[in-house]
Design a protein around this ligand. Structure first.
Ligand SMILES: Cc1cc2nc3c(=O)[nH]c(=O)nc-3n(C[C@H](O)[C@H](O)[C@H](O)COP(=O)(O)O)c2cc1C
Length: 341
């Protein structure tokens, strides 16, 4: 793996304030987006303790009781600091009613920060408003960000086509999407997709964003609840090792280019146009059982974007955050020096 040179003398401030850090009460403008099956209590708490914000994925719990248990655990592991919950509303409609129930449970348990994704959170908005909760809606199109703003969300995350997971039908890269959005958005903006180095964080902040959202770069974190064989596969995957499939079904999914993804791509190429035709190849339960739990990394749909290139070791979240902070400071110092010359 490549060595990453770092200057020993870059001093890291205690916090980097932006509109989003102020809104969320966090120290650094770094968010760990919800990751299905992986964003459990331990991973989210590690992110919160490191000074950013993480989102427990409500869909990853099999029962409401399990979800409540995960919230208790996260609160305990975070040292009672605020943490977030991700509510993903499926474009295919499955399981969306359960998200309202999970939202109510999270509110009862004191959670006040939410990341919504997928469909617009229209039906959830009254619950957020009544509880005075903060909602960050994640979307892939500037026009969707603007309608979320009109709907009354507190902030938006805009992702580019580099995003690991479901970047939607958007074909624009993260930084272009961000620059376009900033011409029109008033509410705080987080940028996500392809970010895994601190210089990209400095660039996003210089662009005008209030935070970044990352996922892929944390998939090999020590706290990520997955088999070591999966993490070693992540570490061995470079920026060219992911592919987007299912675009022809209007459900683009960016994943590690493993044997399973190649079978999916071949079926799609051969004309498959309904989810049913892909059967177990695209089953989330199967991915969880075979790849994440048993370490069979050539099975399942392993959501991932090219930022995986920066996941170069199995290491604690705190260490990843320290690296990102240092790189971000080095890049911003360089930029500031250029301006005064
Ligand atoms: C393994 C994995 C699973 C993900 N699952 C979800 C999910 O369930 N809901 C969601 O809103 N986003 C999901 N995402 C997207 C992340 O929350 C985040 O937006 C994305 O990872 C940022 O782009 P990056 O992967 O290029 O860093 C997932 C991403 C990954 C890598």
């Amino acid at each position: 793996m490549n060595a990453r040179p770092m200057s020993a003398d870059t001093s890291i401030p205690e916090r980097w304030p932006t509109r989003l850090t102020e809104l969320l009460g966090i120290r650094w403008p770094m968010l760990l987006g919800g990751m299905m099956w992986l964003s459990d209590a331990r991973l989210v708490a590690a992110m919160v303790r490191a000074g950013g914000m993480g989102f427990l994925t409500a869909r990853s719990s099999r029962t409401d009781g399990d979800f409540r248990q995960a919230l208790h655990e996260c609160r305990h592991l975070s040292g009672e600091q605020p943490f977030g919950v991700n509510l993903t509303l499926s474009r295919r409609g499955s399981g969306n009613d359960a998200m309202t129930t999970r939202l109510k449970i999270a509110l009862q348990e004191g959670v006040r920060v939410f990341e919504t994704a997928g469909l617009p959170p229209t039906e959830l908005m009254p619950h957020f408003r009544e509880a005075g909760a903060i909602v960050i809606h994640k979307c892939a199109h500037v026009r969707h960000a603007l309608s979320a703003q009109a709907m009354g969300v507190n902030a938006v995350t805009l992702v580019g086509m580099e995003e690991g997971g479901h970047p939607g039908s958007n074909q624009l890269p993260t930084f272009l999407n961000g620059a376009l959005a900033l011409e029109q958005l008033r509410i705080p903006l987080a940028l996500g997709g392809g970010i895994g180095h601190g210089r990209q964080i400095a660039a996003a902040l210089a662009l005008g964003a209030d935070a970044v959202v990352m996922g892929s770069v944390f998939t090999s974190a020590l706290e990520t609840p997955a088999h070591d064989a999966y993490k070693q596969r992540v570490v061995a995957t470079d920026a060219h090792g992911t592919r987007a499939v299912l675009g022809s079904l209007g459900d683009t999914w960016r994943v590690i280019d493993n044997e399973n993804a190649r079978k999916v791509a071949a079926l799609e190429q051969a004309g498959a146009r309904t989810h049913a035709e892909f059967g177990l190849l695209i089953s989330g339960e199967r991915t969880q059982a075979l790849a994440y739990q048993a370490g069979q990394h050539e099975e399942g749909m392993l959501s991932m974007g090219p930022a995986v290139d920066f996941a170069r070791a199995v290491e604690p979240v705190a260490k990843i955050i320290q690296r990102l902070q240092k790189e971000c400071m080095q890049a911003s110092t360089r930029f500031q020096r250029m301006l005064v010359q």
